[in-house]
Design a protein around this ligand. Structure first.
Ligand code: HEM
Length: 438
């Protein structure tokens, strides 16, 4: 059926997508893989990874298998060109993400195999730079997202959560948590942090859905990115004349001082806004779903509210937060990883959700255990590109859960768990809506 193609350097055959995905080694029959020293990439079978959209809390079956059988594997996805490495085990994910020989800047304009037809992260953006540019960009925003600043934002977040939950209760059950609470929460936060006008969130939310979509063409993706860039350019021109006491005004001032280029200003703002809107909505909603479908764990948390910060960490570890993988890195020289040689110029992905299910690190990793106190999870990434919004996301998720648990002792799903609608065609996972009663 699928003829074996010759395998020129860097291009090995993978399973035909039309055949439903799978794996095929291109090692010629009868050939013997190297027995000593790091294995040559040519010995690695290529797994076609269609990145199906999984429902509820289902864990990706290919990630589950590779983590156990082949923690450094070759993959090919639906879009882009060629193949890439995929690293799934906890230790090796940490190794790759803290090794400066893997570059993000080199991914710009490289059509690396990927799950989306367009690149989600903007070029020149913080996620696609290396030091010293990356260090400079992080420094400019570090203060705004640091623990101290986030602690200062907590009281405002609690007030917002109280108000949103009270409005939901006043309207009466059933109510959609995403619409009533977890969607608006980050809007309020961004309003105060970045000084974004409340009336702009309708547009920003639409752009968020389009940019994070996996079904849009490259042209559509580029069109949306141009629109959102235009929005931030206009806002920057306005703030340059009328500065406020907010992060966006600080970034505009840094641009005026020559510390930040205009494309950097725009892409940094886009990354912050989209991540905050999408991740807090997706993760906080999924956390509530996970608790309501694990009644013993929910009971435990209700009996011991001081467990909440630890429970949030375990939920972050346990929830499969995204489909597929994030941004790749490119090896700047030959690097040995887990007994395989990643050649200079080859692309490497890591899977943080897979690392967080590594049975070598977490006992019974597929079980939600709110009192788990093992290794720190990697849900926010690792190394230089560690999530900028981690403290903010933790705080917002804690505040949402604390408010719901305190105010609504009878909280439950308003539909059967199987009827909860889940996002389709999007990079990030989470319930599309979460119908609740109390
Ligand atoms: C529970 C919610 C969140 C999760 C699970 C999450 C997860 C991640 C992950 C896995 C990375 C990538 C690390 C890498 O590239 O290797 C990342 C990067 C990033 N996140 Fe988050 N994130 C969350 C919330 C947020 C929020 C609220 C913000 C905005 C304030 C944010 C802003 C960013 C930015 C700007 C980066 C790029 C950092 C860099 O490349 O230096 N994230 N996040």
């Amino acid at each position: 059926m699928t003829a074996r193609r010759p395998a020129p350097t860097g291009h090995r055959p993978a399973e035909d997508p039309a055949a439903g995905g799978g794996t095929r080694s291109h090692t010629p029959p009868g050939s013997i893989p190297a027995q000593h020293g790091p294995a040559d990439p040519a010995d690695a079978p290529v797994h076609f990874w269609p990145v199906d959209h999984l429902t509820a809390l289902d864990f990706d079956p290919l990630l589950h298998r590779l983590l156990r059988e082949e923690p450094v594997a070759r993959i090919r996805m639906r879009h882009g060109e060629g193949e890439a490495w995929l690293v799934t085990s906890y230790d090796l994910v940490k190794e790759v993400t803290s090794d400066p020989r893997f570059s993000r800047a080199l991914t710009v304009d490289r059509p690396v195999t990927s799950m989306t037809p367009h690149t989600v992260a903007p070029a020149g953006g913080i996620g696609r730079t290396d030091p010293p540019d990356h260090t400079r960009l992080r420094r400019l925003v570090a203060g705004a997202f640091g623990r101290k600043r986030v602690a200062a934002l907590r009281a405002g977040a609690e007030e917002t959560a109280d108000r949103l939950v009270a409005a939901m209760v006043a309207q009466g059950p059933p109510a959609d948590l995403a619409e009533a609470v977890t969607g608006p929460m980050p809007e309020h936060l961004l309003g105060s942090l970045l000084g974004l006008p409340a009336e702009d969130f309708g547009r920003l939310q639409q752009w968020r859905t389009l940019i994070l979509s996996t079904d849009r063409s490259r042209r559509e993706g580029d069109g949306v990115k141009a629109e959102i860039a235009g929005y931030f350019r206009e806002l920057a021109a306005h703030r340059a004349r009328f500065p406020g006491d907010d992060l966006f005004s600080d970034l505009v001032a840094a641009h005026t001082r020559g510390e930040l280029s205009r494309p950097e200003l725009v892409s940094l703002s886009v990354m912050v806004v989209l991540n905050a809107l999408d991740q807090i909505l997706g993760q906080a909603t999924a956390m509530v779903y996970a608790l309501l479908t694990h009644p013993c764990e929910l009971e435990r948390l209700r009996a011991e509210p001081a467990l909440l910060p630890r429970a949030v960490e375990e939920l972050l570890r346990f929830l499969p937060q995204r489909n597929g993988v994030g941004m790749p890195r490119i090896a700047t020289e030959d690097v040995e990883v887990g007994g395989r040689v990643i050649r200079a110029g080859e692309a490497v992905y890591v899977s943080y959700p897979a690392a967080d299910r590594d049975p070598r690190v977490f006992t019974d990793p597929d079980r939600l255990d709110l009192a788990r106190g093992e290794a720190p999870h990697l849900a926010f990434g690792h190394g230089a590109h560690y999530c900028l919004g981690a403290a903010l996301a933790r705080m917002e998720c804690e505040v949402v859960l604390a408010t719901l648990l305190r105010e609504l002792p009878g909280l439950r799903l308003a539909v059967e768990p199987g009827q909860v609608p889940w996002r389709r065609g999007s990079v990030n996972r989470g319930p599309e809506a979460l119908p609740l009663r109390w």
